[in-house]
Structures are given as C-alpha cells and as structure tokens.
Design a protein around this ligand. Sequence first.
Ligand code: XMP
Length: 510
Amino acid sequence: MSVVILDFGSQFTRLIARRFRELGAYSVILPGTASLERIAQENPQGIVLSGGPSSVYDEAAPRPAAGVLDLPVPILGVCYGMQFLAQQAGGTVARAGRREYGKADLTRYSGQLFEGIAGEFVAWMSHSDSVTALPAGYEVVAETLDTPVTAIENNVTRRYGVQFHPEVVHTPKGGQLLANFLGICGIERDWNAEHIVEDLIEGVRAQVGDGRVLLAISGGVDSSTLGLLLARAVGEKLTAVFIDHGLLRLGEREQVEAALLPLGVNLITVDARTEFMGALTGVSDPEQKRKIIGREFIRAFEREARIHGPFDYLAQGTLYPDVIESAGGLHSEKSGAANIKSHHNVGGLPDDLAFKLVEPFRTLFKDEVREIARLLGLPEHIRMRHPFPGPGLAIRVIGAISEEKLDILRRVDDIFISGLREFGLYDGCSQALAVLTPIQSVGVMGDERTYSYTAALRAVTTDDFMTAEWARLPYDFLATMSNRIVNHVHEINRVVYDITGKPPATIEWE
Ligand code: XMP
C-alpha cells in the first residue's frame, strides 16, 4: 500500500514524499512518465502528480502514461499536476497575468481536502500558469486574491488539485491537507521505522543472496547504521572495513568498535596511520591533502578487499537526497548516472574490483536513517553525531600536518565537543569543530611569557550545509571553553570563535 508520486520535475517533489513518510504513509517517487505497469508494481492507493517547470499546453510537456488518470484511486495534482488534471478533464489553463510567488492567504476554502482545518490558511505559491476555466464535474474549493482557482475537487471521481505547494514548510497547514488526502485514499498510516527495517533486510537478502558484501565504515551515522543493518541481513557474509587513517578524533576508533562489534558486525579495523602520515608529510595545500587522503584511502581499501575477498557486492550508504540531486529521479531511466556518482564517492575502484552496488538507503532521508539506527541499537553519541569530513582532522590543522599538531587539535576538539554536550548545546548546532591555526602569538601564564598556538572554535546551524549561520553560543559557555582549553592544552594560549557565515566562509577552514 503506497502513495505514488509522479515527478514532473518540481524541486519540491522529494518533500512530498518526505511529508507522507512523516505522516506514516509509505510513498515512492516515480518519473512522471512512468509506465502503467511500473506504477502498478507499487500497488498505489493514491497518486500525486507533482509540480514542474513545464506548461501543460506545451507540446513537449511531460505527461503521465495513458490510463494513469483512469486508475480507480484518488489523485491529487499539485501546481503543474493540478493544471494537468484540469486540462485533461476539459478545463483551460493559461498564463496568469503575472507570476505568483510566495505566501498567499486563502480567502476561502472548503471541501474534503480541507476537512478539519480551521482559521487562516497560508499557502506557498510558485506558478506562472493558472486554471482559467473549470472542467465539468469539478468545483473550486479554495481561492486567493490573485488566483480564483486555487484548489479544485471532483469528489465523484476523487480527483483533487491544489495550485499551491502543501509540502513546503511555508504552507504551515499543508501537512493536514496531505493527511486528509491519505484519509480519502484509505491509506493506513503505519509506515514506521520497524517496517522500514524489515523491508530493507528482506530487500538486501533478495538482492545479494549468498554473495559476499564489502562495506567501508567511516564512523558516521550512515555507514555505521548500514553496517548494523547488513549484519542483521547477511551476517558473516558482510565484511566491514574501518580504516584508521590517523586523522580521527579522540577515542573515535574505540567508539566505533565498541558500537559495532557487540552487535555482530564483522568489523576489521585497519591501522593505516603510518601510510597516511607518510604521504601527507610536508603537504600544506588543502586540495592536495584531500587528493592524497582519497588516494591512500582507495589504496588501503583495495588492499583489504583483496586480502579478505573476493566480494560480490560493495555496500554504500547513499541517501535519497543524493540520488535525487544526481539523477533527477530515483527510478528514472537515468539511474545509471546516480551509480556513476556513487562510484565516485568511493574514489573509483579498479576494474578488477568491479562490485555490484548495494545501496539499501537509496530511498531514505537522513532522519529515517537515524530512526533505523535507534532501532538497530546504534549508541546515541554516534546516532546523533554531527557530520565529520572524510579527510578528518587533516583539513582542520591549517597547513602541513604533524603528529604533534594532530594531537593538540584532538585535545582541543574533545574539550569543545564534550563541553557542548555537557551544556546541552550539541544538538542545537548542526556542526561544531575546532581548528588548529598556524598562528603563534604572545601570551602570559603565571609569571611566564608564552609563545603558543591559536585555536579556533566554530559551530554552525544549517539545514543543508550549503549555507550556514554561525551558532550564537552563549558567552559564558565560550568563556568556559576558552579557560578549559588554555588550562588543559598547554600548547594553546589563545582561543578565538569564528563568527562568519557561509557564504562567504565555508564551514571547514580548509
Ligand atoms: P564546507 O567546508 O564546504 O563543508 O562548507 C560543508 C560540509 O561538507 C563537509 N566537508 C567534507 N566532507 N569530504 C567530506 O566527506 C571533504 O573533503 C569535505 N569537505 C567539507 C564539512 O564538514 C561540512 O559538513
């Protein structure tokens, strides 16, 4: 039982899926032109036609396959989707006098989609076309000042359309509207993490059979959760490789081992610290550091694959947003493009290590992975951990790295991150980090003059890591951190807090 969302290219399509999932209903996105057979495979109880950049009256506009509109299930058209429904039923769509973009108040609303909703209804609009003549059998159930036909309904055929986007946060009551649609479809809202886990385990077993699976563990939530899931699905057929490149945070290796080994993950920790340090000695250019680390990682991973192999599958924690961004649609004909990108994520392995990919999280959002992680028993400190870059502390020691500098940074970072947790500030930040700058400056400790390093602390809040605000951490907290750092890390005599947003700065300093 599911809702099938036919994607006509709206940037918000994945949000529709996300909202339904949040409401406890399983939903999948298919390309707008998916065949009737493909749609039937999903056993849909309801269909949503998404928005999109085209105009329904253009020759080249994407259309659902023949027969889709005749399926005996409720259909909700959003923006382009509503215009398509209206046009197909004999209505007219034309370019609106002006493009309507942003928030608009519904001046009236009624009907099944709006049942149980009361008071002001703010709707997020983004359209240039409008329905100008209503098809037979439909009635207008909402309007705004600028758009007389803002929502339509035919409750005999159970066809519904909204010109606005109920899926975005700027339509605060949109979730209730989507919940009403689920009710109209008769869809039970029982899609939850337990279901997802069972489904994923079954899916992995069906895909890999008796094959052996290789997984690189980074210590982050995605790969750790994947390790736990695969251990449940295929047991000893999984080999999880965790490469300690010497650029990890204090105690990180031990934490990962302590989290995964007791839960049955066949985990191999590889100590590659000497190789990485050797390759990075004297390198100060950030991009060069990244390249070397990428290369060394592949080298070490490849070696382990040969030692413990052969393997049939390479598992990756690719998430839904990556797939959508890279291929335009999860099941689109272009899904090969998504695979190419995934391969690049592991840096391009040689041909004789050509694995088939297992990507169980391809349909999931990050918060769903975190839910699964909770069910599978991943400890809280890893489950809710901030992201940590692949090149690790190497891009947080500015300039050339050394064991000594990494050690200093590890201690500073540990004080800062533990402090954030202790003061209940960690979860309010999207990412927090410490940087060891090459600046040495004069200070005074007791009666002694010091000449030591400057550490920088950075904490940001962000939704997508593309842009970010610096976190407004309390002064008293920063003062405590500064005190602790200079008292416990004697190589540091000055602590600064980074108050730059992104843009213009990036989150990492290198
Ligand atoms: P920036 O510094 O570009 O970072 O604002 C955005 C997010 O990406 C992470 N980041 C990386 N992650 N390899 C990674 O796996 C990298 O080379 C890398 N560089 C930055 C960064 O930590 C932040 O979350």
